[in-house]
Design a protein around this ligand. Structure first.
Ligand code: URA
Length: 186
């Protein structure tokens, strides 16, 4: 699909989420919808959990501390933030940065699946167990991280969430090792 067309469809999808009033309680406590960021033509899509404080303020995913680490790791594998696409399952900030609930994840999942199918990447990288659970349910992240799995023509690579690696050197190394698998998969 042509890039302009993808942009049009993604804009429409973003407006549909607002129009459908998905998770009204979350919406009423959030500043804005945090839809996604990056290249619509990317071969890889990264999916986190939900926006945090900074993301809520700025309307972009992964721009706080976790986002800085994500950017650093992308750079180490020769990718820039601008050439990949980044989004979250839940698109409004949960209060006090609590984990997204099962109901909230379920409510946003059909929209996330449409978002992925418009971009049509080769690889979907899930960040953290919430995101992994949406696509590879029933797995334990301690066993599944870094192991790619193909489902319906798309490869999924579950990774730990960058937030767990922020203050834990060995987790950071594990995450980096897993990141190095990305270039061969796209
Ligand atoms: N953590 C997430 O999962 N998503 C963001 O956008 C920021 C932090």
């Amino acid at each position: 699909m042509e890039s302009g067309n993808k942009k049009h469809l993604l804009d429409k999808l973003s407006a549909t989420i607002v129009g459908d009033n998905v998770c009204p309680e979350l919406r009423s406590g959030a500043t804005q919808l945090v839809f996604g960021d990056g290249s619509h033509d990317s071969k890889v899509v990264f999916i986190g959990e939900a926006p945090g404080k900074k993301e809520d303020e700025m309307g972009k995913p992964f721009i706080g501390a976790s986002g800085k680490l994500l950017n650093e790791m992308l750079e180490k594998i020769g990718l820039t933030r601008e050439e990949v696409y980044i989004t979250n399952i839940v698109k409004y900030r949960p209060p006090e940065n609590r984990d997204p609930s099962k109901k909230e994840k379920k409510a946003f999942l059909p929209y996330l699946k449409q978002q992925i199918s418009i971009i049509a990447p080769k690889l979907v990288v899930t960040l953290g167990r919430h995101s992994m659970d949406c696509f590879l349910p029933g797995k334990k992240i301690s066993e599944a991280h870094g192991v790619p799995e193909k489902v319906d023509g798309i490869t999924y690579l579950p990774l730990y969430h960058p937030a767990v690696a922020l203050y834990n050197g060995s987790m950071r190394q594990t995450l980096m090792n897993d990141f190095h698998k990305i270039p061969d998969l796209i």
